[in-house]
Write a protein that binds this ligand. Sequence first.
Ligand SMILES: C[S@@+](CC[C@H](N)C(=O)[O-])C[C@H]1O[C@@H](n2cnc3c(N)ncnc32)[C@H](O)[C@@H]1O
Length: 311
Amino acid sequence: MSAKDRIREVNPEFYERYSKLEDTDEFWEFIVKPLRQSIRVNTLKAPLEVVVERLREEFELEPIPWVREGFFINVDNLAKVPEHGLGLIFGQEASSMIPPVVLDPKPGELVLDMAAAPGSKTGQIAQYMENEGCIIANDPKLSRANVLIANLNRMGVLIARVTTRDGAYFARFEKAFDRILLDAPCSSVGMIRKKWRFLEEWRLKGVIKYMNIQKRLIRAAYDALKPGGTLVYSTCTIDPLENEEVVDYLLRKTDARLEKIDLPVKTSEPVLEWEGREYSPELKKALRIHPNDNDTEAFFIAKITKPEGGE
Ligand SMILES: C[S@@+](CC[C@H](N)C(=O)[O-])C[C@H]1O[C@@H](n2cnc3c(N)ncnc32)[C@H](O)[C@@H]1O
């Protein structure tokens, strides 16, 4: 049975909705195909070249084109690799390394990671900040915040303060943060490649629930952003209501601007019309990544800036 037929059988509503985005055999195959293992080398603990040289004695590493520290690796169980336990490498999906690259944080800055657990992106942000400055790593789910703390410890992150608030809480710190990552809770279509249940459990009402949370969080993130600062909005899903709709909402409600993202990554066209809604042509600057574009998880990434002297 083809991937398309399996998907149609398991969740016909899912098939109906996303065949309006793309309906190639390749698209459906990569929605369900198991993911390649990838790692990020943690340069907070050792130089990149040293770790890569050591790993190459045992494994094949294929560089990920859009992140210097990222590699695909031929390993079945990362937990058995000593470098993993030591925090020298971190298992992180290749497309999920893009948002921190786009955020481009600098040493000494104040950064908010609004939905941070389990912390793969917080670790990457700390790496780019060279452990100088401060990251507020927030996640309201206590069990996930515990994993976040454990991961930050293992990665040797010294500049994070972990908080467990609803992300909207940070709106009160008006214009406080140099950079903010909102890697939003979402319907996780991109994660079907890891967990089949995301396909079985997908419902449109879940998409709408997430969209409302995302709009609330992106508005709060923008309030907390300094004029001249950068906000990156990302999800690992393909639904336009959780992606273009949310960013379009921010563009309509505030003076936010979108910046072009220039990375060596294949993308699909952002959606500018969906179910009778029209979105700003500015959204062409966002990255919409379908799983078949680069054989990764699906991702959506928008780089938003607040003008100097902005609201
Ligand atoms: C996509 S995951 C984040 C992944 C993380 N950034 C990483 O790279 O490891 C989304 C997170 O949002 C958190 N979350 C859910 N509701 C939230 C809210 N109201 N405010 C902030 N975070 C929330 C979830 O607990 C979940 O850990």
